[in-house]
Design a protein around this ligand. Structure first.
Ligand SMILES: *Cc1c(COP(=O)(O)O)cnc(C)c1O
Length: 373
């Protein structure tokens, strides 16, 4: 099939249509911020915290500058530091482990499941030691991890659960939104996330008032009252402009997640039964929000498929080409985590997003089928 002439290169995520649709509302929200002249910790930040907490069904939300700082401040809030170990998956974005190292603790890598890319319970159990303080499950690609099993294990060993929900805003586990189901949840509003802003942003959510209070202080130089610093903190605030944008976008996220699920359904139907291709499965009792639609391409054909699609103008991404324990910064640990390593050699994320055009998607599917023939 020829590439239809209406197409430029097909990106993995196209924010253009969303920007076009929301531009009038966003410009008016930003104009209001300019007119008010309050750029840091203004009304939009407070209101966005309330609106996000209500959406996620969690008591406290603290807006921050990034998902990475949300992880760092979460660890500080629960008192994790030097000498402590935190169990993380190696098949994730670097920040999950980086935050643990950043606070002086040791990231301990537990392998993941091949079927849902999420942290494996048995592997966590093998890696628990007397120094383990917390587990950071990542709801990878928008698929919730098995929080009931995690809770049972965490309770048995008195460990905390920090849900890295950067990729799963709005996803559900047993009918409840993830992020508020562990002890702390962290969110990222990086532009490409399911709820993204047009810059950096993040959030920490929790049902514990003491954690929320501490993070409110940590994000603003250890103070909630100006020039009355009670501890050494950070500058990790979400700015008013980003909060204003996020308030415009929040009411759309449910519809966008539904649209992502429809796109995923089309991929499932069109790509089923192709030999050498494993499609993502949705776990029982969860609502996956398809931050990515990630295939496993077997028989060593992943790179060949990626190149073939590239030549047809279709962008794809490998999340993640190296598991975190194999990145230069942790490679000296010489760890072997076979499932994560295998997934890194097989995965390929396809164009995905709430505005992905049907015709474009059909072209992607036909191109995949043709390339693997
Ligand atoms: C994006 C992401 C982060 C980091 O969020 P930033 O807002 O970019 O700092 C952390 N963990 C995971 C799993 C992510 O995908």
């Amino acid at each position: 099939m020829e590439q239809p002439v209406i197409f430029n290169r097909i990106p993995v995520l196209d924010l253009g249509k969303e920007v076009e649709e929301l531009k009038p509302q966003i410009l008016s929200a930003l104009t209001e911020v300019l007119d008010k002249g309050a750029f840091i910790m203004g009304e939009n930040v407070t209101r966005f915290e309330e609106e996000a907490a209500s959406y996620l069904g969690v008591r406290h939300a603290v807006a921050l500058n990034s998902g990475t700082d949300a992880l760092v401040l979460a660890l500080l809030a629960v008192g994790v530091g030097p000498g402590d170990e935190v169990i993380v998956p190696p098949f994730t974005f670097f920040a999950t482990a980086e935050a643990v190292s950043q606070v002086g603790a040791t990231p301990v890598f537990a392998d993941v499941n091949a079927h849902d890319f999420n942290i494996n319970i048995a592997s966590i159990e093998e890696h628990i030691s007397a120094r383990t303080k917390a587990i950071i499950p990542v709801h990878l690609f928008g698929q919730p991890a098995d929080l009931d099993d995690l809770r049972r294990l965490a309770d048995a060993h008195q460990l905390l659960i920090i849900e890295d929900t950067a990729q799963a805003f709005g996803a559900e586990y047993k009918g409840q939104k993830v992020s508020g189901l562990g002890d702390i949840g962290t969110l990222s509003f990086f532009p490409s996330k399911n709820l993204g802003t047009y810059g950096d942003g993040g959030m920490l959510v929790t049902n514990r008032a003491d954690y929320a209070d501490k993070v409110r202080k940590l994000r603003a130089h250890g103070s909630t009252k100006k020039y009355f610093n009670e501890m050494v903190g950070y500058n990790s605030r979400l700015d008013e402009m980003q909060a204003a944008i996020l308030r415009v976008k929040l009411p759309y996220v449910t519809g966008w997640n539904e649209a992502r699920r429809r796109v995923a359904d089309v991929y499932q139907q069109q790509l089923k039964g192709i030999s050498g291709l494993l499609l993502p499965q949705e776990n029982k009792d969860t609502m996956h929000v398809y931050h990515q639609f990630t295939l496993r391409v077997q028989e060593g054909r992943r790179d060949e498929l990626k190149t073939a699609l590239d030549q047809k103008g279709i962008s794809t991404v490998i999340y993640y080409p190296l598991p975190v324990h194999k990145l230069p910064v942790y490679a000296h640990l010489n760890l072997v985590l076979p499932v994560s390593e295998q997934l890194s050699s097989e995965v390929l994320s396809l164009p995905m997003g709430p505005y992905l055009d049907n015709e474009v998607q059909e072209y992607v599917c036909e191109s995949i089928i043709e390339a693997l023939r």
